[in-house]
Design a protein around this ligand. Structure first.
Ligand code: PMT
Length: 408
């Protein structure tokens, strides 16, 4: 997770024994959130099959420069433009030499010339070839042109030699690739978001709920993941797809959401409570469907536990952000809720507007904290989520390490 999230990585595989490691490399790059497309040289196909790399990348593997069929799909110039990063691993001595000469005699070298993306190469070859002056000169020339080089490692080689020339481990190559992108504002932090409504059962077929669609909470989870956070989304029943790289836990009732949220304590740095949690539940949920009979019916309701207040009161308290869905005196009620529930920040959400709030694709809100505020005029929920994440990151950095176990 983190800096490779949502990045397009074009992985070039050239013909060396270390090509087998490209299988794990693809998995690690995807695990880090990248979309991976593979270009192989003919030599590489002698060591690992295109089918293997296609299965692992989930994308067609590109082999030929002059292939009418491939050009009708994603042509070589489109591929060069698509990439946020061109990574060649393993990069053989021959490939490095051709790259240094500026050759364009196969698909991979042509792409390397055409792409505006940064180029990272991970050399792998016999130790004698690596130590040779020609290879050294090629590496120097490439580095002087801005090509990034990672490795090689030292150790025993497939040919029986010992020395420099081993391909770095996939995790090291992924770390080098991540290093080429700016850090996300929540890099390395663990964020938990609640979203959607809860359902409080009256009987097996009926429940009390509200109009929350989950869109706002899901947008926050997506923005947190994009900002590099390890993100958990605790969601009530909604019809939304899980954002990429987000761990989703589904719950139904407020009590389930409470238990799940509290189980996150100790493994959560920032908690955002966006869910529209039912304040009350039926005192008893009937085991069988309630039969229609009498003209009127009375329901006894009991208070649900307050999830966000319990999170904020926890001994391993994360930085805690709540929402306040209000229809009047929005800022005043929101400030009161922030104080009553001992939150670090609250998002005051006017849900009386027709164009925002529940179930809409848009929202407008005021972010409030102890000594400041930020008004976000009507915008998409995605944009509001990004602004919220940026603001949380700023507040987190200011109070880093101070908030754990303390109230704001
Ligand atoms: O899901 P969408 O259709 O996109 O709509 C988004 C939204 C309108 C639901 C969202 O923007 C929003 O305002 N969420 C908060 C809804 C709410 O329940 O607000 P509240 O003012 O009743 O609660 C205040 C805070 O306490 C909230 O953070 C809520 O999650 C939390 N709470 C409330 C009750 C309870 N038992 N436990 C809680 O943790």
């Amino acid at each position: 997770m983190g800096r490779l999230y949502n990045r397009n990585v074009l992985l070039g595989v050239t013909g060396g024994i270390a090509a087998y490691k490209s299988a794990q490399l693809i998995r690690d790059l995807r695990e880090a959130g990248a979309t991976v497309r593979v270009v192989m040289t003919h030599g590489a196909t002698e060591f690992i099959t295109p089918l293997t790399l296609q299965a692992l990348s989930g994308q067609p593997v590109h082999l030929e420069l002059l292939d009418a069929e491939a050009e009708a799909g994603m042509g070589h110039i489109e591929l060069a433009r698509w990439a946020d990063l061109v990574l060649v691993a393993p990069a053989t001595a021959d490939f490095l030499s051709r790259l240094a000469q500026g050759r364009a005699d196969d698909l991979l070298t042509t792409l390397c010339l055409a792409t505006p993306a940064p180029l990272l190469v991970a050399p792998a070859m016999n130790q004698g070839m690596w130590r040779d002056a020609a290879t050294g000169a090629n590496i120097e020339l490439l580095a002087s042109r801005g090509v990034h080089i990672t490795g090689p490692s030292e150790g025993s080689q497939a040919c029986g030699d010992v020395g420099p020339g081993r391909l770095q481990e996939p995790a090291e190559i992924v770390a080098a690739a991540q290093g080429l992108f700016a850090a996300g504002v929540l890099d390395g932090l663990r964020v938990t978001v609640t979203a959607g409504p809860t359902r409080e059962a009256l009987d097996p077929v009926r429940y009390i709920s509200n109009h929350s669609s989950g869109k706002m909470g899901f947008a926050i989870a997506r923005a947190a993941a994009e900002a590099g956070a390890l993100t958990t989304l605790i969601s009530g029943p909604v019809a939304l797809e899980t954002p990429e790289s987000v761990n989703r836990i589904e719950v139904t009732s407020a009590v389930e959401m409470y238990d799940t949220a509290l189980a996150q304590m100790g493994q959560c740095d920032i908690f955002v409570g966006c869910a529209a949690v039912a304040d009350y539940r039926p005192a008893q949920s009937q085991l069988q469907k309630i039969k229609k009979g009498q003209e009127t019916m009375q329901l006894e309701l009991v208070r649900n536990p307050d999830i966000i207040a319990a999170v904020a009161a926890h001994s391993q308290r994360p930085f805690t952000v709540g929402f306040a869905a209000e229809t009047q005196d929005v800022l005043e009620y929101a400030r009161n809720k922030m104080q009553d529930k001992q939150l670090d920040m609250i998002v005051a959400n006017d849900v009386a507007r027709d164009d925002a709030g529940f179930n809409s694709d848009q929202n407008a809100a005021t972010l409030l904290w102890a000594d400041g505020c930020l008004e976000v005029p009507l915008t998409t929920k995605g944009e509001l989520a990004r602004q919220l994440v940026d603001t949380i990151a700023g507040r987190w950095r200011q109070g880093k390490g101070k908030h754990k176990g303390k109230v704001a």
